[in-house]
Ligand binder design. Structure first.
Ligand code: KIV
Ligand code: ZN
Length: 515
């Protein structure tokens, strides 16, 4: 597949797997995803997420648990009223009141569930197996009698004796239930065991099989894929892997792996994944780890020198798929692992600079990586712009030799400078309202003339206290000549010094040109 660079070793696995023609995506971001501790979507957010899921191309949206409250029922009705292409599903326990709430919410499908494992029957439901079985069948019949699609789950299926599982699924199938969902409720499965379980169910049940895997051991996606390899034709997923405790199988990882690794079709448009992930990140207020696969900030970021070189030569060297495929962008990050040569190569390939300018940029980048953890492409561009706009060393009239700035909560900001101007040393000090003001006064005193600071602009390039900043200044001399200076750095005071020095040299340059 174009843009996918996975291992050939997968090919025999593909051959021996029993993939369905097409895998249906049942998204539960709005139901199990909202059960993530601390997550609560507003009605507007629910509608926005539902629309995004529909654009993305999921087949079923589990919009909530209508029996929870009247607001939840109304919210689901509003989702249904959006008239989306995806089917809208509501969750219900195996009791009539819950199914009624789903009917009231006008859903297309009702997802009924009842716990079947010993531990759940005994301690949670306090019910014997026979009662649970009767309730499951009665509910399936009730859903079908209302002309709705029925999906049935044995909660805690993966800790339920398999003969009991078969009995429940066969029982509801006989009542007309349309799909058998297999929840790994506590995330206690591993891929081989899941493959065996689903293979067995697939061989002995009539209706399609669906996967619902939790991530307690970090295996939710692997277990979901194992189920699909055994013939399951529907997967339950949640954007950003949201869900109870450690979450559900991530939609982004599951569908991308299905398509890229196994060539299995789903209706999901991969290039919208990053967008959907960002929306859910904002609405859930749960920030993704930078190393989160597929949609994380670092999923297509490269730092170490050798990787940058390789990835620029041929992205396939260090990327299993193209970032654009999943709506991402490649990012080149300079960090402490980036060697001088790698920075120089990167700068050469990205910008047209002469050797001296390249050396200046590399020195600045290297110097910054000592203090700052990572330097992004944006930071390098700002450094390049600074170097391009700077006055050549041999043309500088004023040079900074030494500087000392003292500031604090109980002292007046004071600066002392030593400058060299046309081979003569000048030393002076100044006080001001802040360190930059003190500095500007000290420099003016050393130069023996008044130069007004017309404009001073300080901007952080990237977030964080270790962020790079740009300083832009505009100065004016007594004759009304103005000049601009700009500097980029990790230290706001020193960047201000360099920007000021730059602007002064421009002023002196202008005077020389006039003569
Ligand atoms: O994890 C689970 O068992 C569930 C059920 C409601 C299907 O979410
Ligand atoms: Zn669940």
């Amino acid at each position: 597949m174009e843009g996918v660079f996975v291992s050939d070793l997968i090919l025999p696995v593909r051959e021996r797997s029993k993939f369905a023609e097409r895998v249906y995506v049942f998204d539960t971001t709005l139901r199990d995803g909202e059960q993530t501790p601390g997550v609560c979507f507003t009605l507007e957010e629910k509608l926005e997420i539902a629309k995004k899921l529909d654009d993305l191309g999921v087949d079923v949206i589990e919009g909530g648990f209508p029996a929870n409250s009247d607001e939840e029922t109304q919210a689901m009705k509003r989702i249904k009223d959006l008239g989306l292409s995806a089917k809208i599903c509501g969750l219900a326990r195996c009791v009539e009141a819950d199914v009624d709430a789903c009917i009231k919410a006008d859903v297309d499908r009702v997802h009924i569930f009842i716990a079947t494992s010993d531990v759940h029957l005994k301690y949670k439901l306090k019910m014997d197996e026979k009662k649970a079985y009767d309730q499951a069948l009665a509910s399936a019949e009730y859903v079908k009698a209302h002309g709705l699609e029925c999906e049935f789950s044995c909660e805690d299926a993966t800790r339920t004796p398999v003969e009991r599982l078969l009995k429940f699924y066969r029982g509801v199938e006989a009542c007309g239930s349309d799909i058998n969902n297999v929840p790994d409720t506590v995330g206690v499965m591993e891929p081989e065991a899941m493959f065996s379980l689903i293979s067995m169910l697939k061989g002995r049940l009539k209706r399609p099989i669906s996967m619902h895997c939790h991530n307690d051991f970090g295996l939710a996606v692997a277990n979901t894929l194992a189920g699909v390899k055994a013939g399951a034709s529907q997967v339950h997923t949640a954007i950003n892997g949201l869900g109870e405790r450690a979450g559900n199988a991530s939609l982004e990882q599951t569908v991308t792996a299905l398509v890229a690794m196994y060539g299995v079709k789903t209706g999901v448009k991969l290039y919208l994944l990053k967008d959907a992930s960002k929306l859910v990140e904002r609405a859930s207020m749960i920030k993704l780890m930078p190393n989160y696969p597929i949609v994380g900030e670092n999923a297509f970021a490269h730092e170490a020198g050798i990787h940058v070189h390789g990835v620029l030569a041929k992205a396939e060297c260090y990327e299993p798929l193209t970032p654009e495929m999943v709506g991402q962008k490649r990012r080149i990050v300079m960090g402490k692992h980036t060697g001088k040569h790698a920075v120089a190569n990167f700068v050469k390939e990205q910008y047209s600079l002469d050797e001296e300018q390249i050396r200046a940029v590399v020195d600045k980048v290297r110097c910054l990586t000592i203090n700052k953890k990572k330097i992004t492409e944006g930071d390098v561009t700002a450094i390049v712009e600074g170097v391009l706009g700077s006055v050549a060393e041999e043309e500088k009239v004023v040079k900074l030799d030494e500087i000392l700035i003292v500031t604090g909560n109980k002292i007046t900001p004071t600066a002392s400078v030593q400058l060299t101007m046309n081979d003569s040393k000048r030393v002076a000090a100044g006080v001001g309202t802040g360190p930059v003001d003190a500095l500007s006064r000290a420099i003016q005193s050393a130069l023996g003339e008044e130069i007004k600071l017309l404009n001073y602009k300080l901007e952080a390039i990237s977030g964080g206290t270790d962020s790079l900043c740009t300083v832009e200044v505009v100065v004016e001399d007594k004759e009304g000549k103005t000049a601009m200076g700009m500097a980029v750095g990790g230290d706001i005071v020193m960047s201000s010094v360099y920007a000021l020095m730059e602007s002064l040299n421009r002023i002196y340059g202008k005077r020389r040109t006039k003569k």
